[in-house]
Design a protein around this ligand. Structure first.
Ligand SMILES: NC(=O)C1=CN([C@@H]2O[C@H](COP(=O)(O)OP(=O)(O)OC[C@H]3O[C@@H](n4cnc5c(N)ncnc54)[C@H](OP(=O)(O)O)[C@@H]3O)[C@@H](O)[C@H]2O)C=CC1
Ligand SMILES: CC(C)CCC[C@@H](C)[C@H]1CC[C@H]2C3=CC=C4C[C@@H](O)CC[C@]4(C)[C@H]3CC[C@]12C
Length: 469
């Protein structure tokens, strides 16, 4: 009797998966598998990504520069002609490199970003309250920072021209520049990890005994160094601004080499408009998954410093070696569709922010907003409430805004033509990233809001693509 009672008690404690395998051998196998899975996800995958990502970014540059943008030619040289040996690959792609002129530009740019972020005026605003009850405070000067930086860049370009210099120097040294920024970003991520482990800025930090996981995923949610928000600087003030400036620099290089080229111009214009929108809405970005869920580690910080510079600028970079003239009609068509995509993406984000800031008392597409009040519990036990919008774009699918985001990425890449797959890497990676993100966000919200989220899912059954996914 007591045995059956004990057995009953242990059954109650088990997870669903354990209940299915209620036999000792299966349990043992399950534990080993869980151990292996944990080892894989917490050590092997982070280690592989920390090696593979820099390799990937630099090999793309190599393919553009030395293999005419053709992956086929790259593989041919590596595997069959042997004009490229494994030693070259390791030397060229893997190792950390430090190029002093690039390092001076990168560190100078970072110092500039920090000083301007501190000096430029802007109202204070609050980020969402964290599970531990912390409310991050920022200054709303992102848009001002962006405009001032573009003006300073224009003045600098003119001054450099007078001295027979040009910012396109960065294009000429692109490989050295990227490897230096990658080395620098690794060092920065390491310092941020150590700081998080031993001197966390807030209680929102999670440290484990596995340094690889901590390095890859990060330790702190809101690290600050001398009251400077690390994620604001790496993601927005360095990452997004460098994306804008690099796009302009690559477009300038195309013009320097071939004169006016409409393909380079529209790719650059669409990128700039998109990033203008980003900075206009920066305070909204500070409430998204990257900021409220992802901690400051390799994924986010190295990603924003290097991945964005190397992969997100790829269409503009590719066009320098593969320029095209599209003609007036095609140019106007791509520009119009691109601007429309930016507008729809912005409008989706705006609807969500508006409904929350007006506590649900606003019109969405001319009708009173349909909302679900979703309660959730903070880690400190207190109850809080959020509003879920269930009308407008947010009833079409739960991440409808990812569709115009992908459409735009395709539109600013298609001026590269359809002969090569390489410039489409950004679109492909973005597709994978966004589908994974939609899935991850869904799981997070289900856990956070429970029944309220299920009610929302009943009203809006599609994750991203209405009637498909
Ligand atoms: N180019 C790129 O690489 C990428 C661009 N983006 C862009 O960044 C922007 C932000 O996207 P992303 O960070 O994915 O975050 P989302 O804008 O999708 O925000 C997700 C969060 O919004 C809240 N939320 C979810 N559903 C609702 C609803 N129905 N009503 C109100 N709030 C809701 C939840 O947070 P809460 O806890 O507050 O309830 C959820 O975690 C988009 O424009 C996207 O296209 C995104 C990823 C990559
Ligand atoms: C494997 C890793 C190295 C991948 C790194 C991924 C990150 C660099 C990117 C993950 C999410 C991305 C972004 C999210 C939302 C954005 C809003 C948009 O308006 C502008 C772009 C961005 C900030 C974008 C930037 C890159 C990521 C942080």
């Amino acid at each position: 009797m007591s045995d059956s009672k004990h057995r009953h008690k242990s059954v109650l404690k088990k997870t669903d998966e354990e209940l299915l395998t209620d036999d000792l051998t299966h349990q043992l196998a399950l534990h080993t598998r869980q151990g292996h899975n944990k080892f894989l996800s917490e050590s092997i995958i982070p280690l592989m990504l920390c090696f593979a990502c820099p390799f990937f970014v630099r090999s793309i540059v190599f393919i553009c520069d030395h293999c005419h943008g053709s992956i086929h030619e790259f593989l041919q040289r590596l595997l069959f002609d042997h004009t490229l040996t494994l030693k070259d690959v390791l030397e060229n792609f893997f190792f950390f490199k430090w190029h002093w002129p690039s390092a001076i530009i990168i560190i100078g740019f970072l110092i500039y970003a920090i000083i301007m972020t501190m000096l430029l005026p802007g109202d204070e605003y609050q980020g969402p309250i964290t599970d531990t009850g912390h409310i991050p405070i920022y200054r709303n000067n992102g848009f001002c920072y962006y405009i001032v930086s573009l003006i300073i860049f224009t003045i600098l370009t003119v001054v450099l021209k007078l001295n027979n210099l040009s910012p396109t120097y960065i294009y000429d040294q692109w490989d050295a520049f990227l490897s230096t920024v990658s080395t620098f970003a690794f060092l920065l991520c390491f310092c941020v990890m150590i700081k998080g482990k031993y001197m966390p800025s807030t209680n929102d930090h999670r440290s484990s005994s596995n340094w690889l996981t901590d390095f890859y995923r990060g330790v702190e949610l809101y690290p600050r160094i001398f009251n400077i928000d690390v994620k604001l600087i790496t993601n927005c003030r360095y990452g997004m601004l460098s994306w804008a400036l690099l796009s302009v620099i690559f477009c300038m290089k195309t013009f320097e080499l071939y004169g006016y080229t409409d393909s380079a111009l529209i790719t650059c214009i669409l990128t700039l408009v998109y990033l203008t929108k980003f900075f206009w809405w920066e305070s909204g970005y500070m409430k998204t998954i990257d900021i409220i869920v992802d901690r400051a580690g390799f994924y986010l910080c190295w990603g924003c410093l290097v991945w964005v510079s190397g992969i997100y600028t790829l269409p503009c970079y590719f066009l320098v070696t593969h320029p095209k003239q599209l003609g007036f009609q095609l140019t106007i068509l791509i520009l119009t569709l691109g601007l429309l995509s930016i507008y729809i993406n912005y409008d989706c984000d705006r609807q969500k922010i508006q409904v929350r800031s007006t506590h649900g008392k606003c019109l969405i597409w001319g009708k009173p907003a349909k909302i679900i009040r979703a309660k959730y519990r903070l880690l400190n036990g207190k109850e809080s409430e959020s509003i879920l919008l269930a009308s407008g774009y947010w009833v079409l699918s739960r991440h409808f805004h990812y569709i115009p985001e992908l459409a735009l990425a395709f539109l600013w890449t298609c001026p590269c033509g359809f002969q090569y797959i390489l410039p489409y890497f950004y679109v492909i990676i973005l597709f994978i990233l966004l589908m994974h993100r939609a899935h991850r966000d869904d799981q997070r919200c289900r856990l956070k809001y429970g029944d309220a989220w299920i009610k929302y899912c009943d009203l809006t059954p599609w994750k991203v693509w209405p009637k498909i996914y």
